[in-house]
Write a protein that binds this ligand. Structure first.
Ligand code: WTA
Length: 645
């Protein structure tokens, strides 16, 4: 951990919020301070007020029931996420407002008003029910970024089915594992998706995944790309055919506040990806609150969160948060460089996007492509720009503000996780000056601390572990099917606090800078990958006897995957084939950038691989630190002269 913390730049710049923006902002510094203080001193009042802005079929009896590490929020309340995201707005006469502006990679544009989206969701809810899906059943969603993904999620939420979205870039075996773990009975997929002009054969992948996922009984298939697919009679149904027959009336089902809304798999430092479980009421209240506050939402905003719905950012800030607020969202199906690196700017100019929320890895790619590309476009519709997913280096932050934000838009860096469900740390735009590279202050009700391994708080400016000292409404409730792992990973590392797995420090103004993972989780282009997962994929190849994976700093991806492999006796390792193998086992994003074929790995006498040294080898650095615990220190010398392939 200390290598990472020492490596962080000490950034001194501070940029005041633009006066115009501040004048009409939702929160001033004083208002934030007052509300934040209330949220900690009297959470019942604070959260009751936040929840009362939404519709409840039955009001809760108790705001929070906390039996560490298990929380129940808005106890015995009954509500429905889809009702709050759609019906509520239509009933209030806002049915004609645009909910979604969608653009395909091929340039096709589709828009849905709230009334239209509600009709589609009602239809889809009827389709799910006609297929026998009931409240509490799990539905896996493996779709490209098309409107049907939003409709599917909301239809599940409407009937109380728990959705589990699997990113369409994941492989057959990753998909099969997730279907099996969730015991999903239905899979919603498409014939194929588009990525950089090419077709991704989603249905064919789904067919293969189904072979090793016996829980799966049915597939609903969206015709997106006109790809030839095999439909298995009795199991597979075309989305458009089922939708054409379904009625457009559907009553949203009142669900308990703690009814499971979704499972989303994310990587941890050990074992297979874990299914992070989120429930209904608390997640809904946090998303409604944070989207309004952090993005300073106004009625005429067009909010574009560029994340795919396959990740938590897409769940929370493409789908649920904005729709709960009755906002209009921009959704773009494809890659940022399709047909060239001007695509995002072209979309912003044509659709007049006012809020952009994207990831540092994308920002660094744009920077590398050159200022002259965004400079060709009119980006004056933007009024706020945000970042999420990994630490943003101050230079990328400054570039983002200057070139994309025209030195006029506040930049918000937001720290949160799949587990936290909603934004936990940020610098509220208009209220506070921002510091490049620093997320900022806690959101309402969030009680962070920076501590040592023993739970002792460290002083201002000192690095330590980021923990959250009290439960919050959108917190994960458990790891699906493995509550023990939930207890141990999140509430067992440091007594009585939520352990985020990140290193951080807090400055004398209270701003928190999150520096990155302190465990064996990599962050590649803003996506979490466990070293263990990639190592298991590598050793499942017949030519590999043993493997160790570490991250290496990368200018664009933030971190890239470097693998050290020992060949199986009598085999030679072909790095190209091994990369393909990893892409097949997990997905292209896990593909190693460099592979070292080694004759031994640096291990302690007890057999533990010392990844710290491998990180130094991978980065081409001097080996520093105590090597005396290694069983054979000469391994390191040999590795340093081994060429990466
Ligand atoms: C990292 C994405 C620094 C962090 C919403 C965290 C960040 C992990 C930031 C969660 C940020 C996310 N600054 N680091 N603003 N945002 N991270 O679950 O390491 O995909 O633990 O959720 O991303 O990634 P996840």
């Amino acid at each position: 951990m200390s290598d990472k913390i020492d490596a962080v730049l000490h950034e001194e710049r501070s940029i005041a919020p633009p006066t115009d923006f501040a004048r009409s902002a939702r929160y001033s510094a004083e208002q934030y301070r007052e509300l934040y203080a209330q949220s900690l001193a009297d959470p019942d009042t604070f959260w009751s007020k936040a929840a009362d802005e939404l519709h409840w079929f039955r009001r809760w009896d108790q705001v929070l029931d906390w039996q560490e590490p298990h929380a129940r929020w808005f106890v015995n309340g009954q509500t429905n996420m889809a009702y709050n995201a759609l019906d509520r707005h239509v009933q209030a006469g806002r049915g004609d407002k645009r909910a979604i502006v969608w653009e395909g990679e091929d340039g096709e544009v589709r828009t849905y008003t709230y009334a239209e989206l509600l009709r589609e969701v009602q239809r889809a809810a009827n389709v799910l029910e006609s297929l026998g899906v009931k409240a509490g059943d799990r539905v896996t969603v493996y779709l490209p970024l098309i409107p049907e993904v939003v409709i599917s999620l909301l239809a599940c939420a409407r009937i109380g089915a728990t959705h589990s979205v699997v990113f369409a870039g994941f492989s057959v075996s990753a998909l099969a594992d997730r279907i099996e773990n969730a015991q999903s009975r239905l899979l919603i997929t498409a014939d194929a998706g588009y990525r950089r002009g090419a077709q991704v054969p989603l249905k064919a992948n789904a067919d293969r995944a189904a072979e090793s996922a016996p829980s799966l009984q049915q597939m609903l298939v969206v015709a997106r790309a006109g790809a030839a697919v095999e439909m298995e009679p009795g199991r597979d149904v075309w989305w458009h055919e089922a939708m054409a027959q379904a009625g457009t009336e559907h009553q949203a089902v009142p669900l308990d506040s703690e009814h499971p809304l979704f499972v989303l798999y994310t990587s941890g430092s050990t074992g297979k990806p874990k299914g992070i479980l989120h429930t209904t009421g608390g997640y809904m209240v946090s998303l409604h609150l944070t989207t309004g506050a952090v993005f300073d939402l106004k009625d005429d905003d067009l909010l574009w969160c560029t994340a795919d719905v396959g990740w938590v950012t897409g769940h929370s800030y493409t789908v649920y948060g904005p729709l709960l607020n009755g906002a209009t969202v921009m959704i773009y199906e494809g890659a940022p460089n399709q047909p060239d690196w001007g695509r995002y700017w072209d979309i912003i100019q044509r659709h007049k996007v006012s809020i952009l929320y994207t990831a540092p890895t994308a920002i660094r790619s744009f920077m590398r492509a050159g200022d002259e590309i965004p400079e060709r476009f009119d980006l004056s519709s933007l009024r706020l720009i945000g970042s999420v997913g990994e630490p943003i280096n101050p230079e990328a932050w400054m570039w983002y503000r200057r070139v994309i934000g025209g030195d006029r838009c506040p930049v918000i860096d937001t720290w949160w996780q799949t587990e936290t469900g909603s934004i936990m740390l940020t610098t509220l735009p208009g209220a506070f000056p921002s510091k490049p590279g620093t997320a900022g202050l806690p959101m309402f009700g969030v009680d962070p601390a920076i501590v040592t391994r023993d739970g002792e708080e460290v002083g201002p400016g000192e690095g330590g572990l980021l923990v959250l000292r009290r439960p919050w409404p959108s917190m994960l409730r458990t790891v699906y099917g493995d509550d023990d792992r939930y207890r141990k990973t999140y509430w067992g590392e440091i007594p009585h606090v939520y352990f985020a797995g990140d290193g951080a420090r807090r400055d004398s103004d209270g701003y928190i800078t999150v520096m990155g993972r302190v465990d064996d989780v990599l962050n590649v282009s803003g996506h979490r990958l466990g070293t263990m997962e990639i190592e298991s994929a590598l050793v499942s190849h017949p030519a590999v006897a043993e493997a160790a994976v570490v991250g290496r700093p990368d200018d664009v991806k933030g971190e890239c995957v470097v693998a050290f492999v020992l060949p199986q006796v009598g085999h030679t390792v072909d790095p190209a084939e091994l990369r393909q193998h990893v892409a097949r086992e997990i997905g292209a994003l896990a593909r190693p950038d460099a592979i070292y074929v080694a004759d031994a790995l640096p291990k302690t006498r007890s057999g533990k691989i010392m990844r710290r040294f491998l990180r130094q080898v991978a980065a081409g650095q001097q080996i520093t630190g105590d090597t005396s615990t290694l069983e054979d220190p000469s391994v390191l010398e040999r590795l340093q002269t081994t060429p990466a392939q």
